[in-house]
Ligand binder design. Structure first.
Ligand SMILES: [Zn+2]
Length: 169
């Protein structure tokens, strides 16, 4: 069942209790991401676990799944791209604290952080640089005028057109 995710989270207390969060965010609510998309229908499926490492540093581990509308860079038509990414963020108290390199390091605002921004940042980073339709999808780059002129040329030889112009002079 869809569950409303909190706007802001407290990683220390969530990590201490080993909490999990599962729910959805609408793509339309992620305004920076929505500004990069051609379509913002749909949801982001979010599943996150919280824990503390041996140094009591709060860690956030999660998966984000969504399908977003982008513009195909081959045919310039809309293309739906599936994003399936992992979220791995650590919130150490001190910048010198050694952190497992799998984690991105972020700062807390007091003891809180915006869950929405964490999710949005990760999704923006995982957007493809060059979105393209897949092999099996319609992705036609033939301009309309080309097929039209082909059919005209079958009926009219360009040299016969020149011949007619000369006669008119
Ligand atoms: Zn295409």
């Amino acid at each position: 069942m869809a569950e409303a995710l909190p706007e802001r989270i407290r990683p220390v207390s969530l990590g201490r209790s080993g909490a999990t969060l599962n729910g959805y965010l609408t793509l339309a609510s992620l305004t920076r991401l929505a500004g990069l998309a051609s379509g913002t229908d749909g949801d982001v499926e979010v599943s996150i676990e919280f824990k503390l490492d041996e140094q009591k540093v709060p860690l956030v581990n999660g998966t984000l799944r969504t399908s977003i509308g982008l513009v195909c860079q081959r045919c310039l038509e809309p293309v739906s791209v599936c994003l399936d990414c992992t979220l791995a963020v650590a919130f150490p108290d001190h910048p010198e604290t050694p952190i497992d390199e799998r984690y991105e390091v972020a700062e807390l605002d007091g003891d809180e952080v915006s869950l929405r921004e964490l999710i949005e940042d990760e999704l923006i980073l995982s957007l493809p640089i060059t979105p393209l339709h897949g092999d099996g999808e319609h992705c036609d780059v033939t301009p309309d005028w080309q097929s039209d002129s082909n059919s005209n040329q079958q009926q009219q030889n360009p040299f016969s057109v020149l011949a007619e112009l000369k006669i008119l002079k």
